[in-house]
Design a protein around this ligand. Structure first.
Ligand SMILES: Nc1ncnc2c1ncn2[C@@H]1O[C@H](COP(=O)(O)OP(=O)(O)OP(=O)(O)O)[C@@H](O)[C@H]1O
Ligand SMILES: [Mg+2]
Length: 238
């Protein structure tokens, strides 16, 4: 399979604290790669560097064969990198539909009927039909998470970065999310997915990356990674 993303030597320090140290990995087209790691491991910071919100101290990123290291957030979005936020960031005073319109317009560069069609499809995919006219700030928790995912999806991503959607959800809701993410992948997106819930990651991902202290402990088949003593020690406290 073709490589979508190549990360080489990615490093980030806040003052004296290294939050990412020399991170290397590749993601192939159509993969769902999970990211686990204890609180403060640097998972969200890694996403920030992929999306362009956090400027790395060193390292290179290449996306679909193009060096994107020095591209701004909106330039990466236009090339197809979209992310969700651990704490959803909708425009609370706008409806679900209009939130998605913003994403489709500025993220995917769509307009007119094409934008409307894509938004309607995104709403159907994410099960938000009932809420299309609801103000985003008024959505219940699970729906807010679906909406956060929908906003990223409305950008028509080639690479979708999901930062913890399963926390606080019931098993059934988590299963729905897994189905949804698989569906998104089958529609043509590659996915990197941060989640603390190990069972979700084992079920949902093709490969798993374990981070700790800003370093990649391991990346590989989910069940293999989880069995490694260093992962057990750092992540599961075993
Ligand atoms: N802007 C910043 N300035 C200073 N330190 C920061 C900044 N952003 C993150 N950090 C620190 O970097 C470390 C990694 O944070 P990050 O949010 O990437 O962790 P995480 O793996 O996503 O954790 P969690 O599982 O809690 O979401 C933490 O120690 C955090 O306090
Ligand atoms: Mg985080």
């Amino acid at each position: 399979m073709a490589e979508v993303l190549s990360v080489r030597g990615l490093t980030k320090s806040f003052g004296a604290i290294a939050v990412a140290s020399d991170i290397d990995f590749d993601v192939a087209e159509g993969e769902i790669v999970g990211v686990i790691g204890p609180n403060g491991a640097g998972k969200t910071t890694l996403f920030g560097m992929l999306s362009g919100h956090v400027v790395p101290s060193a390292g290179r990123l290449s996306f679909r064969g193009e060096d994107i290291t020095s591209l701004a957030t909106h330039e990466r979005a236009r090339r197809g990198i979209a992310r969700t936020y651990q704490i959803p960031r909708p425009f609370g005073q706008m409806t679900v539909f209009d939130n998605l319109r913003v994403a489709a317009t500025f993220g995917a560069g769509l307009s007119g009927a094409e934008a409307t069609e894509w938004i309607e499809r995104t709403i159907a995919t994410t099960g938000l039909n009932r809420y299309a006219g609801t103000l985003a700030g008024r959505l219940p928790l699970l729906v807010r998470k679906r909406h956060e995912l929908a906003r990223a999806l409305a950008m028509r991503p080639k690479l979708l970065l999901i930062d913890e959607v399963a926390a606080g959800l019931t098993e059934e809701e988590v299963s729905e999310f897994i189905e949804l993410v698989r569906h998104i992948r089958n529609m043509g997106s590659t996915v990197i997915w941060i989640e603390h819930v190990i069972r979700t990651m084992l079920t949902a991902t093709d490969r798993l990356m374990a981070l700790a202290g800003g370093k990649v402990l391991a990346i590989g088949k989910p069940h293999d990674v989880i069995k490694l003593p260093e992962v057990q020690r750092v992540y599961l406290g075993a």
